[in-house]
Design a protein around this ligand. Structure first.
Ligand SMILES: Cc1cc2nc3c(=O)[nH]c(=O)nc-3n(C[C@H](O)[C@H](O)[C@H](O)COP(=O)(O)O)c2cc1C
Length: 216
């Protein structure tokens, strides 16, 4: 642990000077999200669509994990998962989440917060039907977040399901599908030198968005 502790105590980097100022901020946060996302793709950020989703159930304990954003529209951000997983249970108890994109190569993070609902069945069906067959079987085989006795248990389940579904289309499991995060705020964070970062917060005001600048 000492090497690790020494390292994190000594390492310090400054951020590039890439400003985020009000004059370049559109009225609609989705446009800024799209612009930053394109720049993340251009900068070859690994998995720019990966986001950290934080949830808390009724006990109030926050839990976070990475998921892939698989759709975005004016309705919100969609990710796919097992509804009976820990996050699924959290979101049924307390349908609110915070999503975080961290694009370190660009000194950027975007935080999105809002209410969560299950995505329409048609959307989940359409996405599921396009997944590779192995991933479809994987969704059926994994009671996500439950305890396994061994890896072999999971692999046997996959073999059994592969036999059962042979020659057939694989339907979407009823316990698997999309969640839609409907943002009521977006915060865009741009690292700047000397810790004087730019933070622009968008909060929903009816159909429009209000912007404010936050202290770094
Ligand atoms: C890069 C990456 C992408 C992931 N994408 C997903 C995803 O789209 N959906 C999902 O359910 N889990 C995904 N996971 C796994 C989750 O982080 C997590 O382990 C799993 O969903 C169980 O979380 P839970 O027990 O909090 O419900 C991903 C993990 C990583 C590292």
């Amino acid at each position: 642990m000492d090497t690790l502790r020494n390292y994190i105590n000594s390492i310090r980097r400054d951020f590039a000077n890439r400003p985020l100022d009000e004059s370049s901020v559109p009225a609609d946060p989705y446009y800024l999200f799209e612009r930053w996302f394109d720049e993340a793709v251009g900068a070859q950020v690994l998995d720019p669509y990966a986001m950290i989703i934080a949830t808390a159930g009724l006990d109030g304990q926050p839990t976070s994990r990475v998921v892939y954003m698989r759709d975005i529209s004016k309705s919100g951000l969609v990710f796919y998962t097992n509804f009976e997983s820990n996050k699924g249970k959290n979101l049924i108890e307390n349908p609110k989440a915070s999503a975080l994109f961290f694009w370190g190569d660009l000194d950027r993070q975007i935080r999105v917060e809002g209410r969560v609902v299950k995505a329409d069945d048609e959307l989940s069906d359409a996405y599921f039907s396009k997944r590779p067959r192995e991933s479809q079987i994987g969704a059926w085989a994994s009671a996500q977040s439950s305890v396994l006795l061994s890896r072999a248990e999971l692999e046997q389940k996959v073999e059994q399901l592969t036999r059962e579904f042979e020659g057939k289309d694989i339907p979407r499991p009823p316990f698997w599908g999309g969640f839609l995060l409907m943002p009521d705020s977006f915060e865009f964070w741009q690292g700047r030198p000397s810790r004087l970062h730019d933070r622009i917060l968008f909060t929903k005001a009816g159909e429009a968005w209000q912007t404010s600048r936050l202290s770094p």
